[in-house]
Design a protein around this ligand. Structure first.
Ligand code: TXA
Ligand code: MG
Length: 295
């Protein structure tokens, strides 16, 4: 079964099952957003703690959630569908299972046409379709490699390749919770300067995350670092930076493809725009720490 067509995917989801879906950022592990039992299946399959809230994906009915918020309406008009997630006050029909019992809900309207075709039929909760703490999948094969037997809608390689940018609009000062596929400057051009998250930090923005099994070492000089690691007895692979759109698009695929060596040396992206999101992921992948080789 693993690769399924849209009608079959919609039937599985409507029945409370799980289907991996393509989005323009990364593949999501979808479940009916208003069905707590279906949502419980996501946490079980990913091995994710249930206090770690999920994003509600819709075709873009921000007005339903944010009639009172001008900033949400302006951002949705400018960037939806697209790689932007808005944290807003939660409404009563959103289940505790999705928000981890929080008073807020994260909402995103993805651009991928196959995701939109499904979302036209039902709203979906969808975290990235990988085991908790691992590298997000950007191709159907990545999902099937981790979850053989899971139903997957194959939408080809993801165009953006990094997760959505998350902005907290649940408090008076808008704050950046996670840099991502939509550059911060584009957002600030619409609603003005963003604050730092303070204590509303996205629970998912753990220091260690997005990590392959190999140890990740970001550096501005990959050749020198690679020689150092080889001399220390480790097997090493190198990922070189390229222009940011292409770098973002292939980063997770490269991390997965090279994950068999002891150490992956990765070149920092130039700062600014997508480079900030790339470097955020490299820092978190590196924070996973210990070299654990191939065992
Ligand atoms: O691009 C994306 O956003 C992908 C695709 C599949 O849409 N999804 C994704 O989901 O990256 P996930 O679950 O891997 O990351 C969602 C992040 C987590 O860090 C979570 O803590 C945060 O969003 N989040 C969800 N609800 C929140 C809320 N109410 N308040 C603050 N952070 C929230
Ligand atoms: Mg994730």
């Amino acid at each position: 079964m693993p690769i399924v067509a849209l009608d079959e995917a919609a039937a599985i989801l409507a029945g409370g099952g799980l289907v991996a879906i393509p989005t323009e950022t990364v593949y999501g592990l979808g479940a009916h957003a208003l069905d707590p039992r279906a949502i419980a299946g996501i946490f079980a399959l990913k091995g994710r703690p249930t206090w770690h809230p999920l994003i509600l994906h819709t075709v873009g009915d921000v007005d339903e959630h944010a009639l009172a918020d001008d900033r949400a309406r302006a951002l949705a008009a400018a960037f939806w569908p697209g790689p932007l997630t808005l944290v807003l006050p939660r409404r009563a029909h959103v289940p505790d299972a999705l928000t981890g019992g929080r008073p807020t809900v994260a909402i995103r309207s993805p651009a991928h046409p196959l995701a939109r075709a499904l979302l036209a039929r039902l709203p979906l909760a969808a975290p990235s379709a990988n085991r908790f703490g691992g590298v997000s999948p950007t191709r159907a094969e990545h999902v099937l490699g981790e979850f053989p037997g899971l139903a997957v809608v194959d939408g080809g390689p993801c165009a953006v390749g990094l997760e959505s940018t998350i902005i907290d609009l649940s408090r008076p000062a808008a704050a950046l919770l996670r840099p991502g596929g939509l550059p911060i400057a584009a957002i600030e051009a619409v609603i003005g300067p963003l604050g730092s998250p303070g204590d509303t930090a996205a629970p998912g923005t753990l220091a260690a995350h997005y990590a392959p099994r190999a140890r990740v070492i970001p550096t501005s000089d990959p050749r020198i670092e690679a020689i150092k690691q080889r001399d220390a007895g480790y097997t090493v692979a190198i990922i070189h930076a390229s222009e940011p759109v292409g770098y973002a698009r292939r980063l997770y695929d490269s991390l997965r493809a090279l994950d068999g060596v002891d150490v992956i040396v990765v070149e920092w992206a130039p700062p600014g725009g997508l480079g900030d999101a790339i470097n955020d992921r490299l820092r978190r992948a590196a924070a996973s720490g210990e070299p654990h080789g191939n065992s």
